[in-house]
Design a binder for this molecule. Structure first.
Ligand code: ATP
Length: 252
């Protein structure tokens, strides 16, 4: 299975880097949470890692041809609006495109991958619904299902649980942790520090474009970092269910 190696990755917007010299080796089997305040550079870092925008330094994914990259990495962008009035099954089926030759019809394996992804995102029974007629959270789940149906070795997701209800946030985080446990690399930008701490195996902290922390959640999420990077005071505890990180107050 593939990982992702970032080497001195920088992205400039004008004279200023919004991603500044980021290096990291992300391995198969990891569920990596990319955390940082608004504007820290998370989306820009992921897009550069995928080779979607100009950057300096290197990303192992950006070096692949477009066809190889589509088979290697599934990408779930931040914007979740579905524009086409197709069925949910057709939408999720688009995730299989990298596996098909031009003009090739989907086969049994593709249909099974679509059914698995629908089931994992709690969308069984939605197959024939029009995607544009789903609620915002249901559309978000259908788009996650499309990315999951790709069954690529790497899944990169920008705020995948934004807009989902609490139960579906947890099931999605559990699904991503399960995909990582199967040997895939999952990278997700996340704002919910509590869920990131509980489900991710590793957190990368981005602050003003720079990597300010990298390691297991309970090593990375300490009082000093939360105050400095997020301007937060949080309740931190270890429980049999995993770590609890609950923001309590803004540090002024
Ligand atoms: N096309 C662009 N042109 C100029 N500046 C940009 C562009 N896209 C992003 N930026 C700037 O780059 C910085 C990083 O943006 P980015 O979207 O990567 O942040 P983010 O960490 O994903 O934020 P959020 O949590 O709000 O989604 C921000 O200051 C943003 O204003």
């Amino acid at each position: 299975m593939s990982g992702l190696i970032l080497s001195h990755l920088s992205v400039y917007r004008g004279p200023c880097p919004v991603v500044d010299d980021v290096s990291a080796e992300l391995r198969p089997g990891e569920f990596v949470g990319l955390i940082g305040p608004n504007g820290a550079g998370k989306t820009t870092l992921m897009r550069a890692a995928l080779g979607l925008i100009r950057h300096k330094g290197a990303s192992s994914l950006a070096r692949l041809s477009a066809a190889e990259r589509a088979r290697t990495a599934a990408w779930l962008p931040q914007m979740r609006e579905v524009a086409w009035p197709v069925s949910v099954e057709t939408l999720v089926g688009l995730g299989r495109t990298p596996h098909l030759r031009p003009g090739q019809r989907m086969g049994e394996a593709d249909r099974a991958a679509i059914a698995r992804a629908l089931d994992r995102m709690d969308l069984a029974g939605f197959e024939h619904r029009r995607a544009t007629a789903l609620s915002g959270g249901e559309q978000a789940r259908a788009l996650i299902a499309r990315a999951v149906a790709q069954e690529a070795p790497v899944l990169i997701a920008d705020e995948p649980i934004a807009g989902l209800d609490p139960a579906h946030q947890i099931t999605t985080m559990r699904l991503f942790a399960g995909l990582a446990a199967e040997g895939r690399l999952v990278v997700a930008a996340l704002h919910d520090l509590g869920l990131a701490a509980r489900f991710c195996t590793r957190l990368l902290v981005l602050h003003r474009g720079r990597l300010e922390g990298d390691g297991p959640p309970r090593e990375v999420l300490d009082e000093a970092m939360l105050a400095r990077v997020f301007g937060l005071r949080a309740y931190l505890a270890d429980t049999p269910e995993g770590p609890i990180v609950q923001p309590v107050e803004v540090v002024t």
